[in-house]
Design a protein around this ligand. Sequence first.
Ligand code: PLP
Length: 1008
Amino acid sequence: MTPPQLTEAEALELLAQHYGLTGQLVALPGERDRNFQLCLASGEKNTFKVVNAEVPLESLKTEIRAMQHLNSELGSLVPNPLADQVGRFISEGSLQNGSACWLRLQSWQPGIPLAEFRPHTTELFHSVGHLMGRVATSLSTLTVPDPHPELPWHPNQASQIVEEGLSLVTDPLLKNFLEQALRLYDRYGRPLERDLPRSLIQNDANDYNVLVHGGLEGPPELSLIDFGDMVVSWTCAEAAVTLAYTLLGQIAPWKALQATLGGFSQARPLSLQEAEFVWPMALMRLGVSIVMAAKQIQEQPENEYLLISQQPIRELLQRLNALSLEEGIARSRFACGHSPIHRKVSLETILEKQMFFPVMGQALTPDNTLLLPLGIESPTSDWLSGDVEEQSARIQQAIESAQKIFALGLYDEIRLCYTAPEFQQDLESRTVHLGLDVFGLAGTPIFAPLDGTFVTVHDNAQEQDYGPTLMLQHEDLNGEKFFTLYGHLDPECLELWQPGDFVQAGTRIARIGASPRNGNWPPHLHLQVIGHRMGWETDFPGVALPSEQSFWKQLSPNPYRLLGIQEQSWVEPEGLPQDLLARRLHIMGRNLSLSYKEPLTILRGEGVYLIDSLGRRFVDCVNNVAHVGHCHPRVVEAQRKQSSLLNTNTRYLHPELVRYAERLCGLFPDPLNVCFLVCTGSEANELALRLAQAHTQAQGMVVVDVGYHGHTKSLIDLSPYKHNGPGGKGAPDWVRTTPMPDTYRGVYREHHPDPGSAYGEKVIEHAESLAKSETGLAGFICESILSCGGQIVLPENYLQTAYAGVRRLGGLCIADEVQVGFGRVGKTFWGFELQGVVPDIVTLGKPIGNGHPLAAVITTAEIAEAFANGMEYFNTFGGNPVSAAVGNAVLDVIEEENLQKHALTLGNYLLERWKGMSKQCPALGQVRGEGLFLGMEFVADPAQRTPCAARATYVVERMKAQGFLLSTDGPDHNVIKFKPPLVLPESEAERLCSNLEQILQEVPLQLA
Ligand SMILES: Cc1ncc(COP(=O)(O)O)c(C=O)c1O
């Protein structure tokens, strides 16, 4: 049936005639109806539908009734039917060509089709599932006859249509899929058909019928249009149809399934039977679409679009076929809140109740077995990294020195040792260990725990895979099947057994294999119990994605009893406490903040990476403290070595300290030749203030707006970022605040002939007013690039003008280099050098100790002299030998790894890339910075440069989801700051750019 033919002018006439309305029309797509958007003079919008007269009136009436019903129950989630001038929701119209038609008007739904919305996230698909669960629940209370019993998309006839159309499909991938899907439907779907509850369903939640809007602040909002394919069918088919479409979306199929069915069943719980039915029915829906396309291709072989339209299905199948269609049954059951596999008695109970021959020939006990925790937070977790020979020797030595026979690696540990590409999946890495590892000498015999039949005898020979592997099928006490898997075996077992061979409990089935033949691991047995193979044949996952931990743990519970272990508590990894957040909030000051909507538990650092408790690796883009990389081995070793020799205060001579002080001062221009070592940036600035006040015998300071210099009482006074922020009391009378020299949003912008000097004059104005006041002028403090202010690079001539004026008035100039020093800015080693000035005092912090509490003040001999007024300067921890050793090591690494140059090259590259991106994305108003100290400023309106914090926060959260940690700053929180460890590799910078590029195109960021 084709849409009626009419012009826009004709449509306007019909509107005037039947509804008394006039306005602007915009044609909309439609398969069956001719649709228009109607914009009324009031600004209100409606949808006007001209429907083919062949559509039965009864089915249109059901449509109207369903929409009214949904509208009254669910509100604006669906369009509201509007009546004509005589109160009818369906009017009879006649077209100029003489044919009749039906006319309908309904409220307009905001948003764009799901197909065009980006990003497609699991949260979004959860919302789609939830929306359709609500629709199904609401429609199920309407009793109506089936409006479209003959519809080809009717779930009731899906399997028949696929069966009949199979012969039309020639593409081997599609054909093979249809055959498998039909088999699955016959086995799992068809037997349930008779008993499942039925009701009216919308039956068409495709990605053009689900509309999405919002999503910048809070989750996107959804609505549903098009009720022209409604049928009476199995209620759960609504979930299946929805799933068929979300599977074709942009995220991994199993994640789409978990999200869609999780959302659906939250709104409309699905029984176990319904949950099992949904997967094969979703495959049938995909099958109908393949068959229909095949029919059309046969009719119009020249129409290339028809082939292209099958591409998303082909891509999905390529991903699914690598797995197994059968796995979808378990996945659906689990997503709907049921156990993934069907068992009368749980596998855990069987493992507890049944007797087993111990797999290692003897029970593992604390007497013969050493526990070897390999989880992320364990100090021994690194034992499985580096050279395999070394790993093996380390483990064997530990076993021997503890006088044991075995070492046991634990179940449900989050491990970092799985580094091969096969373990990376969908932005995650498989880190959760699903079995137990028994480390022992190669050749150690392994026995069958129970009578069983081999189902797998296979060499999984890839690096870091199982190597030679056996899998046995057993029957438990109740006659139910389960499986045991043995990995990393001696290849001898591949000759000994064949699939189908039967063995009795206690038979020696294999030996522990040696590296590299065993998958290239230290000799050990990976032992796993498996409740259902879900179609996996020669192997089965031994480690799982953290996001799927509970699914896989139900399939593979802890197999400790197979090793004769009685006490589960002995072999349980300690794991992380679940209540860390609550405990932290309870025990620590409330105003210590946590980053991100969902805080991260970070347990490891490595170079540019931070690794969380689930083993997820994030690229740290905001930690300029870890200047030379988290846990740099050189720095760690220097610290360890000096800690083991001596750590005391500066009242003794120590060569490391003097050497460090000399090296540090050597990095500054004359006359900056004297240093004080302290522990934090705040201490450094506090001391700088005292030095300036001692030297000038005055108190007053000029500070830059939105600056932050530290957390002590007097530094809060010097920090407008704090004293003008929440809880602040404003500046005291000895502090004057000069505006940020911001050429993007400040008073003097990029078109001013010399904004730097103009802003510098402002500093002088404040300095003059202080000099005349009672407090006098002690000095001016300024960061060399404004950090809290929003990564603002000082305009040329700024410090030159300001310093000259301040000095003329007798004040000192302090450069706060706590954020930007030590080569980060690339062109120069210190940030102030970019401005061609020499300060009187420089303060250093953060990067100086790569995380060790070390900071410094560098000044002139003259100023230091004025401070030495007889009162001793003592600092218990400042300048201790460990700090000095760390400081020296950091300088070594900066030099040896050429980090300043790297910061320059990579920073310039990133800046160029981001400038390109800002041209494509008007919300990214400006990118700026020097070296690896960069910023991106987000706006709601590029002409007015109105700040937009929500867009910056959106990008931060989206980048976090892609594995990059960023954060925002600036007075309006609309600037993303970028200041990664300088060891950021080019490959990660590249990955960052490609993710950022995509995110900047996402719908919620676009300006209206
Ligand atoms: C520019 C600047 N100065 C000083 C400090 C204070 O350093 P700390 O936190 O080590 O006391 C900070 C801290 O963020 C800073 O950003």
